[in-house]
Design a protein around this ligand. Structure first.
Ligand SMILES: [Zn+2]
Length: 171
C-alpha cells in the first residue's frame, strides 16, 4: 500500500504482532522515502451483504444487539450473548467466503439461540422468518418438541449432549 503521508508506493515492515484475541495482525511500517511510520491491521475479511445491497464488515456487536431484543426478560446474560455471537462468527467463517448474505447470518443465529433460550428463539425466528399466523408459531413449537424428544434419546445414546437442555422423561 501507499505511504499515507507521501503516497510512496512501497513500505517496509518494522514490527509485526498478533493482537491479544488472535484475530488480527498489526504491523508497524516505515516509508523508505519520507521515513514516517504508520500501522496496518490485517484480519480475515468477512463482509455482510444486507438486503438493501449495502456491504458492511461483519460485527459481533450487531449480532448481540439483534439477539438481545429477542432476549428481553429472559435469563440470558451478556456473556451468553458474547458466546453466541462467537459461535455465529465461527459458523459463517466456516464457509470460507469473504462475503456472506445477511440472511445466512440470521440462519446461523437460530441454532445457538435455540440452545440458549427457546422463548428468545421463537421471538427471533418469528421476526426473522416472518411468522404471520398462529400456525407458524405452532409449527415452530411442534418442531422444538420433536427435537426435544430426539435430544433426550441422543443424550441416552451418547453423553455428548447439548449443554443446558432440560431434563425430559426418557422412555
Ligand atoms: Zn512516505
Amino acid at each position: 500500500m501507499f505511504c499515507p503521508y507521501c503516497r510512496y508506493p512501497d513500505s517496509r515492515v518494522v514490527d509485526s504482532r498478533t493482537t491479544d484475541d488472535g484475530l488480527a495482525i498489526r504491523r508497524r511500517r516505515q516509508c523508505p522515502d519520507c521515513g514516517r511510520r504508520f500501522s496496518t491491521t490485517e484480519t480475515a475479511s468477512l463482509n455482510v451483504i444486507k438486503r438493501s445491497g449495502v456491504v458492511e464488515p461483519f460485527s459481533r456487536e450487531k449480532i448481540v444487539s439483534g439477539v438481545r431484543k429477542a432476549c428481553q426478560g429472559r435469563p440470558v446474560t451478556d456473556s451468553d450473548l458474547a458466546v453466541l455471537a462467537q459461535r455465529v462468527e465461527e459458523t459463517v467463517r466456516l464457509s470460507g467466503a469473504a462475503q456472506i448474505e445477511a440472511n445466512d447470518i440470521g440462519l446461523a443465529i437460530l441454532q445457538p439461540l435455540r440452545e440458549l433460550d427457546e422463548v428468545a428463539y421463537l421471538r427471533f425466528a418469528s421476526v426473522y422468518q416472518g411468522f404471520d399466523s398462529l400456525d407458524d408459531f405452532e409449527a415452530a413449537i411442534t418442531l422444538l418438541r420433536v427435537e426435544h424428544e430426539a435430544r433426550v434419546k441422543d443424550a441416552d445414546a451418547a453423553s455428548a449432549g447439548v449443554a443446558g437442555s432440560p431434563a425430559g422423561s426418557a422412555e
